[in-house]
Design a protein around this ligand. Structure first.
Ligand code: MN
Length: 755
């Protein structure tokens, strides 16, 4: 649960001796795990690093009350056990907060522990304080730094992951405002990054933890439902797995069969995207078969042997076999997936992997070092990705948000594989088009691309590709890049290249527009500032400065008139109107320009560290509801402090809120609705067979329930089947369950459940 400013859960009082013993035990545990690993046994330096860090953090406690050193020890444990890193990383993990939080410098670390560990600590210190600072430009800069250090030594990022994971595990004792910022940032950047690095277990845990803090009620309810249905599901699984296991034993395969439950977060995602209640998420679990095999050359054969044994027993789903063995994912993931129908008629996914593949899937990149076979083909895909990152870094976008989006595009997307006419394989993000292929081959080919042939059929540039397509690119003699191409490019590299090319064409216009803008500022005696530019951009709803300058150069905008308007009407409400269409300002409020007018007087200062109480009394309210997600009072919301000091509320699920959280953490407020309105919104989904009069029966059934406030009711019938959606406001979940049961009792209604 989110700690809404309640007293902190205190760390239990203990005597200094007990505490000392606890610290010592925690460290010994790290050491024992390390000694069991395949790494060389460099215990001495690890012990030294531990004592050094312990001494440096002496007397300091975490917010939870526990001695500070417990944090670096926990990070070292994650680095060693969960990521599989060796002594250098363990030392760096133990020392990672020393330079940041104590008197010691990187130079001290270098003298005591040598250049390698010092370099890692320095990298971690540089990117501390969150990837995102308070200002948009600083965010991009920090993120850039993170990725640059990453491409130099991937261990910096792996350790940063370990640090973040431990902070997420102990997030409960943080201040509420910090919880939002950290959870938001984790979901926005760290989880996708973990996915990209192949740290599957860590990615899943980060997502689950962020979700827990962002939607405590939903998290609680799904976890509850999982545990309620657990034993029943286990029985079904046992019946399902038994024949497979005995067949594999007969074949003499050494294996381990695991029951894998879907994570809370992915169950929730599925419920949200498919609009289905918990009961209808059928792929709640999967079976995983991990086999041992001494010779890596046998892996593929054994995988298919198991596959064929299973499909002898169960019916195979025709299009859900995924062969990640012949073509591993870009993050190195290898496995053979298939889906078969269980005895109860539900589809069950089965994942087949060797022990080596499993290790790589769970622990990601670091596990590659353990299995250095030949050239290491899986690594090269990652190298390609790192090179792409470097590429983008060399040409950063002028707008920080654009830059982040471009990078995220590459972090998030799932992948497809296509072939060139020569049979070469290309791995591209899902949604990639013919034009992406052209840019992947060469940027010049991209700029000259006019159409493509997919499986020998002529298609336009924006044709979306599917896995397995054979793609040929058709080009013209001369490059002819178009600005709207950016709308259907899915790869970051292609977008960057396109923008670069366009910028070259646009540069003379941009220069002229900028000059005209500056001249106009002089004429109106407005001091130049980021703020005024953002304001004018917002006024015309333009996304970038370049667009603004071009519009001026082309005379699409009368800049003199807009300045007159802006200075004349600088009443707070007008400013707010402008503010809302543009991104919040990046410069500090001290640098207000003549055009922005003065700070509205008498506004009490808001402390973002405290939970903000939302008050609405007889028309006077201390918040505004944003128009992007239209939250309603009682919803799960977060506050955002606008430049004028007012508070805007966004729903916690609002995509814009996610960006705000990740980028302007210090202006995010955790909130609480004043007064007893503890009601919440629930959506009920109904399905059934349409019959005459059923609608009326449903409506009267609902209206009989006096404690329910209906917000929305829509019913759609196609042929004989109807589906209905009912949005209500209730004070507790029991009311919803009760309503669902009553609805189900109506003849013809086959299902009714909260989603
Ligand atoms: Mn730390």
């Amino acid at each position: 649960m989110i700690d809404h400013g309640n007293p902190l859960p205190r760390y239990p009082e203990s005597s200094p001796e007990e505490e000392e013993r606890m610290i010592e035990e925690a460290f010994q545990d790290v050491l024992n795990g390390y000694l069991k690993s395949n790494h060389r046994k460099k215990v001495e330096i690890i012990e030294r690093a531990y004592h050094f860090a312990k001494e440096a953090h002496k007397g300091i406690r975490r917010r939870s009350g526990e001695p500070y050193i417990m944090h670096p020890i926990a990070v070292a444990r994650i680095a060693s056990r969960e990521i599989g890193l060796g002594s250098t990383s363990i030392c760096a993990a133990l020392l990672h907060d020393v330079v940041e939080d104590t008197e010691y410098t990187v130079e001290d670390i270098r003298q005591h522990f040598g250049p390698k560990i010092a370099q890692l600590v320095e990298g971690l210190t540089k990117i501390s304080g969150g990837i995102f600072g308070e200002q948009a430009s600083a965010q991009a800069e920090n993120f850039r730094k993170l990725l640059l250090t990453m491409s130099e030594d991937i261990r910096v990022v792996l350790l940063k992951m370990a640090d973040r994971l431990h902070n997420m595990r102990t997030l409960g004792s943080m201040a509420p405002a910090k919880q939002y910022k950290i959870a938001g940032e984790t979901l926005y950047i760290y989880a996708p990054l973990a996915h990209r690095l192949g740290l599957f277990a860590i990615k899943t845990e980060l997502e689950d933890l962020s979700f827990k803090y962002e939607h405590p009620a939903a998290y609680e309810s799904i976890s509850q439902q999982i545990s309620n249905t657990e034993s029943e599901r286990h029985n079904i699984y046992r019946d399902f797995a038994a024949p497979i296991e005995s067949r594999l034993h007969d074949l003499g395969i050494r294996f381990e069969a695991k029951y894998r439950l879907k994570s809370v977060y992915s169950i929730w995602r599925k419920m949200e995207t498919k609009k289905i209640p918990f009961e209808e998420v059928y792929d709640l679990y999967a079976m995983r078969i991990i086999f041992d095999c001494d010779d890596p050359a046998d892996e593929k054969r054994i995988c298919w042997m198991i596959y064929s044994a299973i499909t002898d027993i169960y019916k195979l789903h025709p299009d859900r076999t995924r062969d990640w063995i012949s073509v591993p994912k870009a993050n190195g993931y290898q496995a053979l997936h298939l889906t078969v129908m269980g005895n109860d008629g539900n589809w069950v996914e089965i994942q087949i992997r060797s022990r080596r593949m499993d290790d790589i899937a769970e622990r990601g990149f670091a596990a590659h070092w353990k299995y250095k076979v030949g050239e290491g083909d899986e690594e090269s895909e990652l190298t390609v990705w790192l090179r792409t990152i470097k590429d983008i870094l060399d040409n950063p976008e002028p707008s920080a948000i654009d830059f982040l989006d471009t990078l995220k595009l590459n972090l998030f997307s799932s992948e497809i594989v296509v072939f060139t006419p020569k049979g070469e394989l290309l791995t591209l993000p899902a949604g990639a088009t013919v034009l992406d292929v052209a840019f992947a081959l060469h940027s010049h080919i991209g700029l000259c691309c006019i159409a493509g042939k997919v499986n020998h059929k002529l298609v336009p540039l924006n044709h979306r590709l599917s896995s397995g397509d054979q793609v040929e690119v058709l080009t013209s003699q001369n490059p002819n890049p178009q600005p709207e191409w950016v709308n259907f490019l899915a790869t970051a590299k292609a977008r960057t290249r396109l923008r670069q090319a366009l910028r070259k064409d646009r540069q003379p216009l941009i220069d002229r527009g900028r000059q005209e803008f500056d001249d106009a500022l002089l004429r109106h005696s407005i001091p130049p500032s980021n703020e005024i530019i953002t304001k004018v951009m917002g006024y015309y709803r333009l996304d970038s400065r370049d667009d603004l300058y071009i519009a001026i150069a082309r005379n699409d905008i009368d800049i003199d008139r807009s300045f007159t308007e802006l200075t004349k009407k600088s009443s707070p409400s007008f400013l707010r109107k402008i503010l809302r269409v543009s991104l919040p300002f990046t410069s500090s409020s001290k640098e207000k320009t003549a055009a922005t007018g003065s700070e509205p007087a008498g506004k009490p200062k808001i402390n973002p560290k405290e939970t903000y109480t939302l008050i609405s009394d007889h028309g006077a309210q201390n918040y505004r509801l944003s128009d992007c997600c239209n939250p309603i009072p009682g919803d799960d919301v977060m506050g955002f402090i606008e430049d004028d000091g007012s508070v805007t509320l966004h729903s916690l699920t609002c995509p814009r809120a996610a960006v705000l959280k990740a980028t302007y953490g210090s202006r995010i407020l955790s909130t609480r609705w004043k007064g007893g309105d503890t009601r919440f919104t629930a959506t009920v989904h109904m399905e059934g067979i349409d019959r005459h009069g059923i609608l009326q029966e449903i409506a009267s059934m609902i209206s009989l329930q006096l404690n329910i406030d209906i917000r929305q009711l829509s019913i759609e019938a196609v042929d004989e089947v109807f589906t209905g959606r009912l949005v209500i406001r209730v004070s507790n979940a029991a009311t919803v369950d009760d309503l669902c049961n009553r609805l189900k009792s109506i003849e013809g209604v086959s299902s009714a459940a909260r989603i």
